[in-house]
Design a protein around this ligand. Structure first.
Ligand SMILES: Cc1cc2nc3c(=O)[nH]c(=O)nc-3n(C[C@H](O)[C@H](O)[C@H](O)COP(=O)(O)OP(=O)(O)OC[C@H]3O[C@@H](n4cnc5c(N)ncnc54)[C@H](O)[C@@H]3O)c2cc1C
Length: 313
């Protein structure tokens, strides 16, 4: 074994693929299967929301945008290019990373939902996470990788297990490293039958009804959301689901009465900055690759490429 990757969320799988496809022998050890991770709860649209440091996040995001845009052209990946709007009830300057989006433009007043005064329209990769995670796992195994469900109890115990170990444990890095800078930001979403919506919509207004978003995935649409800082509870809460649905119906009345098909909860691994750096661990090198907050699906390919470049140069 050349590399041991800890974690099989989007970040662990992407890192493992990048190294396995470069010819290295890679094993993933994970506490949970990909479909049980935070990653499966994501919306997931490309963006670099509240993730740092900004210069590095812009580069990781650029790579993520390129790779995901290419995957959107391949069948079976779970990625497609989708048009949508990000809207606000107050003046809204585009985020710095939005300049990477080729067709970004302000919304016409007629394109804003009732009660909203500003917004931006763009096309970006939109990812159906259950399909995408299956695609990533298959691609990793086709590159010769092995995935073991076997929780790691202590990083120190892994010294010598492989020349390189990559820690992609998401919010669990809080205990595993341990890293007190990691804060879980709980996100709950509801999956309902899609009444015919094909564009995404996001409102990140900080006051009630808080963050509201909808991401269409063919016959289903994912509704959100919550940004509940410091909350480790992964059980869906019915009163939160009701609030999410009410918030989405208020913006998009076609969702009224839509059949509820499921609930998901994920813990965004938030940190003042993504931790992407190596350190010695006995005779091994331990790379950390965690803390991607609400943007891990978008950042994963860029972070994986940085590790691969550093290891293979
Ligand atoms: C509701 C919601 C919406 C989101 N929307 C978006 C979006 O639109 N766009 C976007 O880019 N991002 C979005 N995100 C953020 C994104 O989901 C995360 O940044 C990303 O999933 C983090 O991936 P990860 O692989 O680091 O962590 P995880 O998916 O949590 O995976 C961690 C892995 O580590 C394993 N692990 C943990 N501890 C151990 C251990 N001790 N031993 C072995 N294995 C261990 C776990 O089992 C798991 O396999 C969203 C998140 C949520 C919750």
């Amino acid at each position: 074994m050349d590399v041991l990757v800890i974690g099989a969320g989007a970040v662990g799988l992407t890192t493992a693929i990048s190294l396995a496809e470069a010819g290295l022998s890679v094993t993933i050890r994970t506490a949970e299967l990909p479909e049980q991770t935070t990653s499966v709860a994501a919306g997931a649209v490309w963006g670099a929301v509240k993730v740092g440091p900004p210069e590095r996040a812009l580069e990781w995001g650029r790579t993520g945008l390129e790779v995901l845009s290419k995957l959107a052209a391949e069948p079976g990946t779970g990625v497609r290019m989708a048009a949508g709007r990000e809207v606000s009830r107050s003046p809204f300057e585009p985020y710095y990373w939005m300049r990477l989006l080729a067709d970004l433009r302000p919304c016409e007043p007629s394109e804003l939902p009732a009660g909203f005064t500003d917004g931006w329209r763009y096309t970006a990769p939109l990812v159906t996470m259950p399909v995408y995670l299956t695609y990533l796992r298959d691609r990793f195994e086709q590159a010769g990788g092995t995935l073991e469900v076997s929780p790691v109890t202590a990083l120190a115990g892994l010294a010598g297990a492989a020349p390189v170990i990559v820690n992609c444990s998401g919010a669990a890095a809080f205990d595993l490293v341990p890293d007190p800078e990691v804060v879980p930001v709980r996100g709950q979403v509801v999956i309902v039958a899609n009444p015919g919506i094909d564009e995404f919509l996001i409102s990140r207004d900080p006051e009630p009804p808080w963050i509201v978003y909808m991401f269409p995935h063919g016959d289903t649409i994912l509704l959100g959301g919550t940004n509940d800082e410091g909350n480790w509870d992964t059980e869906p809460r019915p009163e939160v689901a009701e609030r999410i649905i009410a918030g989405c119906v208020a913006v998009e009345p076609r969702l009224r009465g839509a059949e509820i098909l499921g609930h998901r909860v994920g813990l965004r691994p938030c940190r003042p900055e993504v931790r992407l750096e190596p350190e010695p661990l006995g005779d091994s090198t331990l790379w950390h690759n965690y803390g991607h907050g609400g943007a891990g699906i978008s950042m994963a390919w860029g972070c994986a490429a940085e590790i691969a470049r550093s290891m293979l140069s």
